[in-house]
Design a protein around this ligand. Sequence first.
Ligand code: SF4
Length: 341
Amino acid sequence: MRWSGQTIDRQQEALPIPGLARSVRTPEFAGITFHEVIAKSALNRVPAASSMPFSWTVNPYRGCAHSCVYCFARNTHRYLDFDAGDDFDRQIVVKTNVAAVLRAELGRRSWRRELVALGSNTDPYQRAEGRYGLMPGIIRALAESGTPISLLTKGTLLRRDLPLLAQAAEHVAIDLAMSIAVFDDDLQRAVEPGTPSAAARLATVRAAAEAGFDVTVFLMPILPWLTDSDDDLERAVAAIADAGARRVVFGALHLRPGAKEWFLEWIAREHPELERGYARFYAHDSYAPAAYRRRLAERVRPLLRRYGLAPVDDDDQPEARRAARASASSALSPAALPTLF
Ligand code: SF4
């Protein structure tokens, strides 16, 4: 492999990353270090207490070079002795054998073909996927085992896999969702500096819709005072409808520990005029005040109806989750599945 000469041996000994094979840098990904690991497992069980609409996740990458300032997954990087700020954006753990391990796990007789979510923690179509190409193997393994898939991303690289996903969707239920929260290009580059533009993501939504998918757009997080004006919301909803999405999940920014410190620092630096407002909203809670969220829903819901989009308020997630579970359970029985790919 062309990166062979760029292994960073010194770091390998110091890092507490299970299964670390080597750490590499490349000029194509300036400032980013990839830590390639040999994973022992691929499927992660979601805690029973979670209200998520899935019981299992697969995360081929840890850390995310999309670098969203508000990213809720930041804190998970601390388990690897990295920090939740720059390290989360630049120290990316890559499970190079994830597809093979997943295939073995899915082949167990005990596997019940429950919905598996991709993109629930870090983004499976972040830029690294262009180099490592892990997703096609994951999709094939899931589809061939009769396992329904839920996929959420901000990555336009999703387009590469649409033919494969369309083929898989003939045999298992596949929910595709694109996250697009910031439609002003300058703000998007500031708050999500590693992500493709909103226009590029909308084009990917359109491509997925044309490939036959009912695409959901996650219009979240909506940022108080930055993206929540009536004009902002209408512009976003109109663009999403125009791209051919079917459904919108929306919600105000929430800031978990790890993300909260990082985001509030960013606000103080980039928008000092909003510092007091954000401190007031988020000082004692991860969620924006209930009154703000209620008012936001009152403004977004009529817009979604007007543009023919099915609304799902983030505060209504338990209902949405039950619906997603029901739709996922409609996957074909494994007996009906040939080897697909
Ligand atoms: S794309 Fe998702 S996982 Fe990646 S940094 Fe942004 S919010 Fe986090």
